[in-house]
Design a protein around this ligand. Structure first.
Ligand code: G6P
Ligand code: MG
Length: 211
């Protein structure tokens, strides 16, 4: 039986994936190459430095680690600049309804995100009070597809991985949830072969028999 729900943040709760993409695209443009939405899929759920490595690979470029730190900081500064103007409007459809309904059913609620900007996003969108546990890029050392972030989430909720479900919009995140023994639910319009379930939005969750 499912006792806990762990939510990825970017692209699942909040529509911030587009700002990550804009910032990476801007960095690529500055480095002299084009970065498409299709290239961007592989970056979803992936940590900042690992994302930069994928971006540079797509552009056929290599830099020393000092320069890479500088580029990652530049991308993040742009991203944070975009985040300044976000509000509750950026919370995705059916999110607050779903959280409220799960809470009423007695399900523990956690966030499991790779983002170090999680506190800022939660403040801007006023989502923090919905959650019992928040695990983000500031308290993890291994990036998805490693299950660390979700295992810490499950532990914080007090349930074994098998009693938790994970909502994710990235391939890396689905693999992390599977590795943690959790029920993996992919949110997206395309399909994800590794996910236990695929839904195109959170309202569809309520039409499944997952719970
Ligand atoms: C999430 C996003 C990724 C992002 C990562 C790190 O997983 O899906 O696109 O690279 O968090 O985010 P940060 O805000 O710390 O750069
Ligand atoms: Mg995501």
């Amino acid at each position: 039986r499912i006792q806990g729900a762990i939510f990825d943040l970017d692209g699942v709760l909040v529509d911030t994936a587009k700002y990550h993409y804009l910032a990476w695209k801007r960095l690529a443009a500055e480095l002299g190459f084009d970065f498409t939405e299709k290239d961007n899929e592989a970056l979803k759920g992936v940590s900042r430095m690992a994302s930069l490595d994928l971006l540079l690979k797509a552009g056929g470029l290599t830099f020393c680690s000092e320069k890479k730190e500088e580029l990652a900081a530049k991308k993040n500064a742009w991203y944070v600049e975009y985040l300044q103007q976000i509000t509750e409007d950026e919370v995705l459809d059916y999110v607050t309804d779903t959280l409220t309904r799960l809470r009423r059913l007695g399900i523990g609620l956690a966030i499991g995100s790779a983002s170090k900007n999680t506190p800022l996003i939660l403040e801007k969108t006023k989502l923090a009070p919905y959650f019992d546990v928040i695990i983000d890029g500031n308290c993890t050392s291994k990036a998805k597809p490693d299950p660390e972030v979700f295992l810490l989430g499950a532990k914080g909720l007090g349930y074994p991985g098998e009693e938790c479900m994970v909502f994710e919009d990235s391939e890396a995140g689905i693999l992390a949830a599977n590795a943690g023994g959790m029920v993996s639910i992919y949110l997206g319009t395309s399909s994800c072969a590794d996910a236990d379930f695929t839904i195109s939005n959170l309202s569809e969750f309520w039409e499944t028999d997952i719970m």
